[in-house]
Design a protein around this ligand. Structure first.
Ligand SMILES: [Mg+2]
Length: 394
């Protein structure tokens, strides 16, 4: 089976970080406030050196690092411990001061106490914390040397389920991964929503019992495991309907959150992030700028737009100067290399402005994520708090 190119893998990983960094300054602002603060069209590039990202990129790295550390084949048993560990590393990190979602923080607090994950999770939360971090699942190789479509789907849902137990959080995470996989494989953006609808219908009654265990029993949305997960897919299909309507209008000027939702919940973050890509399928920077100039959860929306854009266009989508300045550049580079190496391919970073990166990467670049850090909270979550509203949280 043909595997996506290394440049698409790295393009998606860096893309999510660029979107996150661009949206970091615009989250919680109205479009008018954004344009007033960053005249005349909003922020044009990630700010600063390093250009700081938020919890979206931090947790995407946590998911990616757990996938790379886990024993194979992937099962709930082999993946749970690495996921717990990297989530707790993030939870305890002094760098976890970027408006983290309350759902993730609360679940990590329970995981730290040793609680079973299906009890630690918030069964009522379908916040976008479930899928803002899921992109690395799409980078796993497919086929004989990798994962099947169903294993990938189960992993996408399982990583969400550790913190966000609502079925729509699970389904939207699965759909987000399916989107990135499609684009990594060169799928035509023009009929992508149609393919995603087919995927959603195919998955709609598949409850991954080997992975999700008794999770569905804690929910009140359905009386069976199949009904539980179908509830989530139905909500994803409904937001795909809204995406279709928005794409017929092709309105590049209006706030995208008015069309497909503000993104505080997972299926809306997915749809609005995808809308911004599909409004500018051939203009990567315009796509993530549109996502960042939005009234809702701008960093998570732009993070997902960046992952979609980078998967489709590859690393060449992004200016070398951005690659040079982005926070966690070494970790992003190393993880891109490691995911690409699973396909027997290397990756290098382009100019102009960017220094070439040789592989294998340095030991220092590989080891930073594994350090246990003293528990320090340097900041408090801003409002609106992510994850505090049952069924409408992120
Ligand atoms: Mg964030």
């Amino acid at each position: 089976m043909q595997q996506p190119s290394a440049r698409r893998v790295s393009g998606s990983l860096f893309g999510l970080a660029f979107g996150d960094a661009l949206g970091a300054d615009t989250e919680f602002l109205t479009v008018q406030e954004i344009l007033r603060t960053y005249p005349p069209r909003g922020p044009l590039e990630p700010r600063g050196n390093p250009a700081r990202v938020t919890d979206d990129t931090q947790m995407a790295l946590a998911v990616g690092e757990a996938l790379l550390q886990a024993e194979r084949p992937y099962t709930s048993s082999t993946l749970e411990a690495p996921l717990r560990q990297t989530f707790l590393d993030w939870y305890r990190s002094p760098e976890n001061n970027r408006a983290p979602g309350i759902t993730c923080m609360n679940a990590c607090r329970q995981l730290e106490r040793g609680m079973p994950w299906h009890e630690a999770t918030n069964i009522n939360s379908k916040g976008c914390g479930a899928n803002m971090r899921v992109a690395p699942v799409a980078l796993l190789p497919a086929g004989n040397d990798g994962v099947t479509e169903q294993t990938r789907a189960a992993i996408a849902q399982f990583q969400a389920a550790l913190t966000h137990g609502h079925p729509t959080g699970l389904a939207a995470s699965d759909l987000t991964v399916a989107t990135i996989v499609d684009l990594l494989n060169g799928g035509d953006p023009a009929d992508l929503p149609q393919r995603l609808r087919s995927y959603a219908l195919r998955q709609s009654t598949i409850y991954h019992a080997d992975w999700l265990g008794p999770l569905w029993q804690r929910s009140h949305v359905a009386a069976s495991p199949e009904g539980f997960i179908a509830y989530g897919w139905d909500e994803c299909l409904a937001v795909l309907d809204r995406l279709d309507v928005a794409l017929q209008k092709r309105d590049r000027e209006s706030d995208p959150c008015l069309a497909t939702g503000a993104g505080w919940i997972a299926e809306e973050a997915f749809a609005t992030g995808l809308l911004c890509f599909l409004l500018y399928p051939d203009d990567p920077q315009a796509a993530i700028r549109r996502a960042a100039v939005s009234s809702g959860d701008s960093d998570s929306i732009a993070c997902l737009t960046g992952a979609f854009v980078g998967a489709y266009h590859g690393l060449a989508a992004w200016p070398g100067d951005w690659i040079e300045r982005i926070e966690y550049r070494d970790r992003l580079t190393t993880r891109a290399f490691q995911f690409s190496a699973q396909r027997g391919a290397g990756v290098s970073l382009p100019g102009p402005g960017a220094s070439p990166v040789s592989f294998p990467p340095s030991r220092a670049a590989c080891g930073g994520a594994q350090k246990r850090r003293k528990k320090v909270f340097a900041g408090t979550p801003r409002t609106p708090a992510k994850g505090c509203r049952p069924l409408h949280s992120c």
